[in-house]
Design a protein around this ligand. Structure first.
Ligand SMILES: Cc1cc2nc3c(=O)[nH]c(=O)nc-3n(C[C@H](O)[C@H](O)[C@H](O)COP(=O)(O)O)c2cc1C
Length: 361
């Protein structure tokens, strides 16, 4: 790969799978990170993650046969990403809160995906699905307590140490593992959560004599941020928002433009049928559903915690509208620093810029 040379950059070792740069592109649904973005990041030396949430939205039978359409599309996207990046590391992000979680995990493992990352709940039984395979697994946590809990559980039930742990702070785009009250008050900083997770995980690493790479996520914008979190003890970072403003991102141009046009003031916390708050652009759609409940005309049966009779809006419809370019009728998740984006660049340009800044700091 031409551009910034990778010599002396920290590498990520995910229980035997090595990357040349310590950057994971976070899974972004619906349809924001599919095979095009994931393979481009993997080809640039990072880890590309396909989001599995309602991934079948372009399949012909999505409306009538949603589960099967999602499973088929997940298999297709993993195959396509692996074809486009035969030597890269490709993962799938599968949210625990989705209704067909186990089926989707099985598809990803059958397709020999390199890594499964699961948040929006604790992936308690994930090790049972990867036994005897080469697929690595990682939980997303937002506290040291959750990190200890899932590590203890996996060890007790499956004698399995997480291959990687993602620590996501309050500035991330998408769903957040904090209460609205926490987010309005003094939410812990990613820096502090990260330090606590590193301390909490140490005894498990010592007992098994194996290092668990810890990844910081949420609000990481430039190479200086990456350097800061590595100095604090992180082994790498997961970034979402910055990868949306790339040519290779699978979202339509209207979605990317809404990022470029966002302002500090119109990025905020919303409530979600997933039962957790989310960080999004406060656009006409959000203002409308905040004022009045939008009746659900069709339920996709997507999220375990959602009740279609009482939900304020249908999150599947809102996310699919956004990824089809109907931004004013859609939900656009974004990280807190998204307003700082000025232009759409290529993945290679972005990674070169990040690595250049990282090397200088
Ligand atoms: C548009 C968008 C969609 C996202 N969708 C998901 C998702 O489906 N599952 C998930 O675990 N995280 C999701 N995330 C979180 C990202 O994977 C990542 O952790 C986060 O964006 C990091 O924060 P940053 O955007 O400030 O870099 C999403 C984020 C964005 C911006």
């Amino acid at each position: 790969m031409k551009g910034v040379d990778h010599v002396n950059l920290p590498q990520l070792n995910i229980n035997g799978k090595m990357t040349s740069i310590p950057i994971i592109q976070g899974g972004m649904g619906v349809g924001v990170s599919l095979s095009n973005l994931a393979s481009s990041v993997a080809n640039a030396g990072g880890i590309g993650i396909i989001s599995g949430v309602q991934i079948g939205f372009r399949e012909e039978d999505f409306e009538t046969n949603t589960k099967k359409a999602n499973m088929r599309a997940l298999a297709k996207e993993i195959r396509s990403a692996k074809n486009l990046s035969p030597n890269g590391i490709i993962g799938a992000n599968l949210m625990v809160a989705i209704n067909n979680y186990k089926d989707m995990v099985k598809v990803a493992v059958d397709e020999k995906v390199d890594l499964i990352i699961s948040g929006a709940g604790l992936p308690k039984d994930l090790p049972s699905f990867v036994k005897g395979t080469d697929t690595k697994i990682a939980p997303i946590v937002s506290s040291a307590k959750a990190a200890s809990l899932i590590t203890k559980l996996w060890l007790r039930r499956y004698d399995y140490l997480p291959d990687l742990i993602i620590v996501e702070g309050p500035d991330a785009g998408g769903h957040l593992g904090f209460t609205v009250e926490e987010l309005q008050g003094s939410t812990p900083l990613l820096e502090d959560i990260l330090k606590d997770v590193i301390t909490a995980i140490k005894p498990f690493e010592e007992s098994k004599r194996r290092k668990i790479p810890i990844i910081a996520a949420g609000g990481i914008f430039d190479g200086k941020d990456i350097s800061k979190f590595i100095k604090l003890g992180a082994d790498g970072v997961q970034m979402g928002t910055r990868f949306v403003a790339t040519h290779e991102c699978d979202a339509p141009i209207e979605f990317k433009k809404s990022y470029i046009n966002s302002t500090k003031e119109n990025i905020g916390i919303i409530s979600s049928p997933a039962g957790m708050p989310g960080q999004a652009i406060i656009n006409p759609f959000i203002k409308r559903i905040q004022a009045e409940r939008e009746k659900v005309s069709k339920c996709y049966n997507c999220l375990t915690p959602c009740n279609p009779l009482t939900t304020q809006y249908c999150i599947s419809k809102a996310l699919i509208n956004a990824v089809k370019g109907d931004i004013d009728n859609g939900l656009v998740f974004i990280g807190k620093n998204g307003y700082r984006l000025q232009e759409i660049v290529s993945v290679k340009e972005l990674i070169d810029e990040l690595l250049g800044e990282l090397k200088k700091s």
